[in-house]
Design a protein around this ligand. Structure first.
Ligand SMILES: Cc1ncc(COP(=O)(O)O)c(C=O)c1O
Length: 403
């Protein structure tokens, strides 16, 4: 038998920006038979998720949380169909692939998206948002769609500042935020920042398998529901608020996913604490950026940050672009096949031209140092130009932070 050079046997690691690693405790919580779906424990489990999610969204009793057996795209559709009507204009704050994807979905449903371009290799231009809203004196824009962390570009938009701009413009549009790749990982204050509606999915910071999504609807979003004509039964809030528990899911509850999310929220809120989780993400992200800054080697390296302004680089995913002549898939294949580490592929306009390193959810110093050291090992093995000592810079930073 020929000997394999692969070092990949052993536990594999997935460093893609969702789905993320599901903790063993959460997997174990799912491992049980189905239960009765109209009453009893399933009602308590669902209520525990509503209560926990409210604390993660940071929203009060005036908001209502809806749970869907869907991915994030489903939550997008739920948000639009419950609040808007055919022909309504929505302002899409572009900063990568995801806000525009949400707007494109709206177009197919019958709303009219207007895309406000973000800054090149950067985030939403907050001043431009305010100017556009001021110019809309007839208040034709009915909703504003923004993404907190765009998982494609790796940008971190300032949701608080955008909320202030909306208020400064005195515009009544609903402010809707996609926190799919950020909730539970970075600060988010739905009520304090004036967000009317937030969507998220289970499979990233919430450490639960894909297949559940949540929509938090504040009072203004709930008030928009009713007369609007995009409603369909599966997503419909009024139907879900009906008298029978089963209606809350418009059918059979996804029970094992609910057991999982209940356990994951307990881990996040009770065992770690939400603010500690934010801090953990901030530190692991900064360790990643320290490593990348060394690899960049003043522009001579094969990998470079996609987002130009360091303050806009997100704490859940770092998107890197490959210099001309370097094929991202070669590096990804190397780390997967030779090391057991799957890095994220770049998507959207960077497709095939970059990689994404996730630091989101159930990650810690061990996993992130493994990801960084293995990526650097790949650069060396493939002979890609890079500054040496990126992993060492991450170690130094983490060591200082933990001292
Ligand atoms: C910011 C953001 N929004 C929305 C989505 C879509 O979520 P899903 O793939 O669960 O439909 C994603 C998925 O990666 C995302 O990162």
């Amino acid at each position: 038998m020929t000997q394999s050079k692969s070092l990949s046997h052993g536990r594999k690691f997935l460093a893609i920006p969702g789905p993320t690693t599901v903790p063993d405790e959460v997997l174990q919580a799912m491992h049980r038979p189905a239960i009765e779906i109209y009453s009893g424990e399933i009602v308590d489990t669902t209520q525990a998720i509503y209560n926990g999610a409210r604390r993660v969204f940071r929203t009060g009793a005036d908001s209502r949380i809806y749970l869907y057996a869907s991915n994030g795209h489903g939550a997008w559709e739920a948000a639009l169909s419950n609040t808007l009507s055919r022909g309504d204009k929505v302002l899409v704050l572009e900063s990568g692939k995801f806000a525009t994807g949400w707007g494109d979905m709206g177009a197919l449903m019958g709303v009219v998206p207007e895309v406000l371009p973000g800054r090149p290799r950067g985030g939403v231009d907050v001043a431009a948002v305010e100017a556009r809203l001021r110019a809309d004196s007839a208040h034709e824009i009915k909703a504003i769609l923004a993404v907190q962390i765009d998982t494609a570009s790796g940008v971190w938009n300032d949701i608080e500042a955008i909320g202030k701009a909306v208020r400064a413009a005195g515009h009544p549009a609903l402010y809707m935020v996609d926190a799919v790749a950020s909730l539970g990982c970075v600060p988010f204050e739905m009520d304090e920042w004036g967000v009317d509606l937030t969507v998220t999915g289970s499979q990233k910071g919430l450490m639960t398998p894909p297949g559940l999504s949540l929509v938090a609807a504040g009072p203004r979003a709930r008030a928009a529901h009713g007369p609007n004509d995009l409603r369909t039964q599966y997503w419909d809030w009024e139907y879900r608020e009906g008298p029978v528990f089963y209606q809350q899911f418009c059918g059979t509850p996804p029970e094992q996913l609910l057991f999982a999310m209940e356990r994951a929220l307990q881990m996040l809120l009770e065992e770690e604490g939400l603010e500690s989780a934010w801090r953990r993400h901030a530190i692991l992200a900064e360790a990643t950026r320290r490593a990348v800054a060394v690899w960049e080697d003043g522009g001579a390296g094969a990998l470079n940050f996609n987002i130009l302004d360091p303050l806009e680089r997100s704490d859940t995913v770092t998107t890197l672009r490959c210099a001309e002549g370097f094929d991202a898939e070669t590096l990804r294949r190397f780390t997967t096949e030779q090391c057991g580490l799957t890095l994220g592929s770049a998507i959207g306009e960077l497709s095939d031209k970059g990689i994404r390193i996730a630091h989101m959810g159930h990650v810690n110093a061990v996993t992130q140092l493994g990801v960084l050291a293995t990526t650097e090992m790949g650069l060396r093995a493939l002979g890609w130009p890079h500054g040496e000592g990126g992993a060492q810079a991450a170690i130094a930073y983490l060591g200082d932070m933990a001292a």
